[in-house]
Every structure is written in C-alpha cells, then in structure tokens.
Design a protein around this ligand. Structure first.
Ligand code: ADP
Length: 541
C-alpha cells in the first residue's frame, strides 16, 4: 500500500524560492575582491539568480549542461549557483588553487560550456584559454567600471544579466537530476568528479540544519570562510537561505585581520573553515588583545583540529567548537562533534578530549569500520579499521564512471580514512589509508603525532610520514616547520611527545623544513613531503 502524500520533488530551486517568500529581507554581505562591502537581500538574490538563468538559456545552456565557476564566496557566486541549478544545468565549482593545467584538465573533462570567475583568476583563465576545448562563454564577476581588459572576449557579469527578465521557470524536473559537480583533488591519478543530485543536496541541507549539526536559525549570522569551491562550502550556501540566516561572505581576504573585522563588524554568530584559517585568526586576536563577543559557534573540519585551536576557542573565547569530518564524496558532512548528552557536564579535559574526535553522524549518514577482509570491527573506541559510509548524500560512483564501482556489496563507500568508533557512535580518524605508517605490521597514527607536535609553542606546523626501515618496514619521521624566529631542537620536539604516545610510536628522527607544503584545500601535502624525503635515510636504519 502506498502512502497518500504529495510528491514534492526535492529540488534545490525550492530553497531560494522559500528564502524569497519567507526571509526576503535577510541579507548576504559580501566583501568583494576590490575590498568594498555590498549587501544583497535574499529577494534580490532570487531575482539576480533568475536573470542568470535567462542569460544561461541565451548562451544555449540547458538541462544537464555544465557551468563552471572559479569564485570566492560572494552573493554573485551564489546567484550563479541558483541560476544554474534552477534550470537543471550542472554547477561545476572549480578550486582555483589547483595547478592551471589541472584546472584545464577538469574543465575539459566536465565539458564546461560557460566559465564564470572572479577577477583574481583572470591570469589563470587567460593562461589556459587555448587548452579549453568546450568553454564558449567567459563571464567575469565585475561591472562596467571594474571589468579588466582581457583576451578572452569575456563579458562583465553585471552587464551580462543587466535588463534581463526576473521570470524564469525553475525546477519541474525529477529530483534525481544532477545539479552540482565537484572534483576531488585526487592524490593518486587524475581528479574524479562527484556529481551531486538535487535530491542529495536537499537531503544534505536538511541533515545539516539540526541542532547537533550546524544548528543555525533565522536569527543567526553565518560566515562561511570555507570556500564555495571546497565541497560546497559545507552546504552553507544551501542551508543559510533554507533557514533565513544572514550570510557574510569574506571574498578573497582570509587573513586574521580581515576575518576578525567581519566577525566583529557583522556580529557573526556561526562561522566555518579549515584549521589553518583559525590559526591565523587566533594569532591576530592574541597579538591585538581582542575578544569575540558575538561568535557562538565555529565549525572546523577538512583536517583534524589541533588541540591548541580547540582550547583557545573554547577556553579563551568561550566559543563552541564543532569538529566536523567529511569529504567531497559525502556532500560533505559525515560527522559533527557536538557533545553527547552524557558528556555535557564532564570536566573540561574530558570534554576537550571528546571534541578532538571527529564526532557522530547526523541522521542520514551511516558509518562502520572494517578490517582488510571487510569484516565489521567492534565499536569499542579502540579497534581501528577502514571507515565506510552509506547515506542519503553519499556518492555512489564518479562522473563518467571514472574509478569504476566504488561501493561494497552492502552499498557502503570506502572513505580511504582509518578510524575507530566508540559505543556512543563517536568516530575518531586515526589516519588516511595512504598516509598510515605501518611499523612491524602495526599502524602508527600520523595524525596523533602531528597534533601533539603542533601543540609545542615553537612549532608552526608538523607532519609525520613513514620512511623505509630494514627491520620494521617503516618508521615515523617527524617533519617540523618552526614558528618564525624560533629554532627548536630535535630533543625538545621529541620530549614534547614523551608520555603522550606509545613509546614505539616515537619518531626515529626529526627534520626541519622552512615550509610544510599544503595542497589546494589547505591540507598538508604528504605526497610532496614523501617526494622531498625520498632519499632520506633514518639514523636507526
Ligand atoms: P581531498 O580528499 O581531495 O583532500 P576532501 O575535502 O574531500 O578533499 O577531503 C576529505 C578528506 O579530508 C577525508 O577523507 C579526511 O581524510 C580528511 N578530513 C576531513 N575532515 C577531517 C577531520 N575533521 N579530521 C581529520 N581528517 C579530516
């Protein structure tokens, strides 16, 4: 027997439609590339997005066609999202920090028809123009006055949409229609495209709005510092209009001073970004003796939170830290670290230890850990295994079939992470499968070693990698980037790990380098480090 309820298709255009009807005056405040602050209401955003749809239709873009953006967080960028998705075209967010050749490769693989980008990225687009095989139209986020000279025949965004009708038919296609495309940076082989559907994005929006997830409401002011090109800004460009929260878009300026200015001036209550951003902000706050009176919650993910960032926010600034784990393939939120009820009144150290873990899945995400033979391991907080995930907004494969079948017999996706899960469902990442250090057949967690090492006041960044060892197969090498002006000794660094990790986890050596290389999403580039140290021999070998 079927239920007798309406067949309301879950399409993302309904989100902005809702914001336009229910929260028309709530605002998006953008710091543009030129530095000026502009304010756009949700009803204005709705109209501009409709104009974008009409401009795209004029360019011949229709159902299933791909539209690329290389954009900072801004209201214009959001209008490109909704204008594209509304007509059933596919929004392809490109990470501009990738190598230009990789950007060209991705745009060709995606067969993008239109490319819309910020002025900051004009040099990149001009450089790869001759490599781009499918892009017919280039649009630059600018008006007549700010439009840069270019050799692309590009049009200024404001002129492109100027005078167009604000009426355009949205939706009216099946909810499983593709709406977004995002390539994972691919540490091995070529990048692979994750192809979101309207349904998966709407369900992801629902699951992120809950109180134990991001938990925003119409009264909130939310600043996604996490870029819209990095796994959909963790869904915020969808969940904010869905709830009516005001948004603050930091544009290109993500240094400590610029972020603080917006947090304070715009009275931001919730913000989200990778740890590196918060390190810059905290340094700025400490140097200038500033406080964060408006901010109540910060969502930190993309890589593990170092303890000193967690403690600084929670103890010095009384901001609730939500540690989040996810990946492009999980839309991206997989777990969030709100405290479980039985821990709310625990002592500070217990709470901080809990918050360093990656947290629990919201409803809609299922997790399990398995051994190498795919046998499920116990949720006892100790056994570590491959982390598998299944759910409403998890990839079932990659665009154009790249990578083949990625699901196991039960429909679970292998995240490539290694984790443990405790009896309350809290997940803790101990490594990435390819970063794991295997010494004498046992795993050593590079993340644990790194987190403790960055807690040392003279250490700016730390990375642990496995180096060949004739007896143990691999032993850990700890690589340190010192704080400017400091030169910690090898012994000092190793002493800081003493008693905090198992004795046999202690790195066999410490090496110092000027700068630990970061990848396009701000994470430590272990591949580059392994390459850099490929001829290095351990003193113990
Ligand atoms: P890429 O895989 O291309 O680096 P993603 O943004 O999809 O880009 O990265 C997902 C990966 O980032 C996860 O599989 C995990 O290894 C890592 N990650 C994300 N969040 C966390 C976190 N809170 N703690 C530890 N690792 C994390």
């Amino acid at each position: 027997m079927l239920g007798i309820m309406q067949d309301w298709q879950l399409t993302t255009d309904k989100i902005l439609d809702h914001a336009n009807r229910i929260h028309p005056d709530r605002q998006i405040t953008t710091r543009r590339v030129g530095g000026e602050i502009v304010r756009t209401s949700y009803s204005e955003l709705y109209n501009i997005s409709k104009q974008v749809s009409n401009a795209l239709i004029d360019e011949g873009v229709g159902l299933g066609d791909r539209v690329a953006t290389l954009g900072w967080n801004s209201a214009r960028h959001m209008s490109s999202w909704y204008g594209t998705m509304g007509i059933g075209a596919v929004l392809h967010t490109i990470n501009p920090r990738l190598h230009p050749d990789q950007i060209a490769w991705i745009a060709n693989h995606a067969e993008d028809k239109v490319m819309i980008f910020d002025t900051s990225f004009l040099p990149i687009v001009e450089q790869i123009k001759d490599q781009l095989k499918t892009v017919k139209t280039f649009v630059i986020y600018a008006d007549a006055a700010t439009m840069p000279a270019n050799n692309l025949g590009a049009v200024a965004f404001d002129l492109w949409i100027d005078g167009r009708s604000t009426v355009s038919k949205w939706g009216d296609f099946p909810e499983n229609t593709a709406c977004g495309l995002c390539y994972t940076s691919g540490t091995t082989g070529n990048p692979k495209g994750v192809l979101y559907s309207h349904r998966s994005n709407v369900l992801h929006t629902f699951l992120t709005m809950g109180k134990d997830a991001m938990g925003m409401g119409a009264e909130d002011v939310v600043m996604p510092v996490v870029p819209m090109f990095h796994a959909n800004a963790w869904g915020l460009a969808l969940s904010c209009p869905a709830t009516g929260a005001n948004m603050v878009m930091p544009g290109a300026q993500m240094d400590g001073a610029s972020i603080y200015e917006l947090l304070d001036g715009e009275k931001v209550t919730i913000t989200a970004a990778v740890p590196t951003v918060w390190l810059m902000l905290l340094t700025y706050l400490q140097e200038n003796n500033l406080k964060l009176p408006h901010l109540r919650k910060v969502i930190i993910g993309g890589s593990a939170i170092p303890e000193r960032i967690l403690r600084a926010f929670e103890q010095d600034y009384e901001v609730d830290v939500i540690h989040a784990w996810g990946m492009t393939e999980t839309s991206p939120l997989g777990t969030l670290g709100s405290l479980p009820p039985h821990m709310l009144n625990a002592d500070i150290d217990t709470r901080m230890t809990q918050k360093l873990k990656q947290g629990r899945p919201p409803f809609g995400v299922e997790l399990k850990i398995v051994d190498d033979e795919n046998n499920e391991l116990p949720n006892d907080g100790k056994a570590a295994g491959k982390l598998l995930v299944r759910g409403a907004a998890i990839a079932a494969g990659y665009f154009k079939g790249d990578g083949g079948n990625v699901l196991d017999d039960n429909g679970f996706f292998d995240t490539g992470d290694v984790a443990n899960i405790d009896e309350f469902g809290t997940m803790q990442i101990t490594d990435r499968a390819k970063d794991v250090i295997k010494s004498g057949g046992e795993w050593i967690s590079s993340i644990d070693i790194e987190n403790i090492a960055v807690g040392h006041p003279k250490v700016a960044n730390a990375a642990a990698i496995g180096i060949y060892h004739p007896k143990w197969d691999e032993r850990p090498l700890l690589i340190i980037q010192a704080v400017e002006g400091e030169s910690p000794s090898r012994e000092e660094i190793l002493a800081s790990l003493d008693g905090k990790i198992a004795k046999w986890w202690t790195p066999d050596d410490v090496q110092f380098i000027d700068e630990i290389p970061l990848g396009a999403t701000g994470k430590i580039n272990k591949l580059a480090l392994r390459e850099h140290f490929k001829d290095y021999k351990l003193p113990t070998a």
